[in-house]
Design a protein around this ligand. Structure first.
Ligand code: 13P
Length: 240
């Protein structure tokens, strides 16, 4: 199971102190071998975090990147090779908060291609808005995002998909368990041998329901991942 922490635009150097608690927990955790933990802090924390986790099983990822292969005049941007250089092994691409800010499928496709080429593993986010859900076009939207986002990408080996319904992010809402099972199954059928995670308001309470869904390969956690106790709780409860 994957547990990915997306810290979004939160966290300073002091927040790194809590990581040793997660490490301590992992060392004693019986399911350690089956558990992959990835922290995606803001760009500013990637280097100090990866240094801190040098000898750890916990990996570090970024939350986005620029699509250019070669560094250049792109003010405010960071490309995949720069991320790798400071210790990132993963990158989240296509998050709805970035799609909302104007990233389209085409740009997402370019970002994924560059990231894979530079040797990063990609956490590719897809998901429908509330409006799309109400119109009952979720499947159509997911297919479009997958098809366009992964266009001309042959090997899916280094891609993980995170299904994050936009209406479930930061709202405290999660899909109905049966609906979520069916949606994950739908994605899995299309994306054979690719890990599919769920994201959107995952917390220590609703994990009790979410863990019942046996086709999910893990969780992408936003808000609750900033509190190490909650994050550990989510991991523990997933297996219990
Ligand atoms: P929340 O867990 O805060 O709803 O965020 C989910 C998310 O966007 C993870 O990428």
């Amino acid at each position: 199971m994957y547990f990915i922490a997306n810290w979004k635009m939160f966290g300073g150097l002091n927040t790194l102190n809590s990581l040793h608690n997660v490490e301590k927990f992992l060392k004693k955790f019986k399911k350690n071998k089956f558990t992959k933990i990835i922290y995606c802090p803001p760009y500013t924390l990637i280097r100090p975090m990866s240094k801190k986790l040098q000898k750890s099983r916990i990996k570090v990822g970024a939350q986005n990147c620029h699509e250019a292969e070669i560094p250049g005049a792109f003010t405010g941007s960071v490309n995949p090779s720069m991320l790798k250089n400071v210790g990132a092994r993963y990158v989240i691409i296509g998050h709805s908060e970035n799609r909302r800010d104007g990233e389209d499928d085409k740009l997402i496709n370019r970002k994924i291609k560059t990231s894979l080429k530079m040797g990063l593993k990609v956490i590719f986010c897809i998901g429908e808005t509330l409006k799309e859900k109400r119109k009952k076009i979720t499947k159509k939207i997911l297919i479009k995002q997958i098809k366009n986002g992964l266009r001309n990408i042959k090997t899916k080996k280094n891609i993980i998909i995170a299904y994050e319904p936009v209406w479930a992010i930061g709202t405290g809402l999660i899909p109905k368990i049966k609906d979520l099972f069916l949606t994950i199954a739908f994605i899995k059928k299309r994306m054979k041998n690719v890990k599919i995670l769920y994201g959107g308001s995952v917390n220590p309470k609703n994990i009790q329901q979410l863990k019942i869904i046996d086709n999910i390969d893990g969780f992408l956690v936003g808000g609750a991942s900033q509190d190490y106790k909650k994050f550990i709780d989510i991991i523990k409860k997933t297996y219990n």
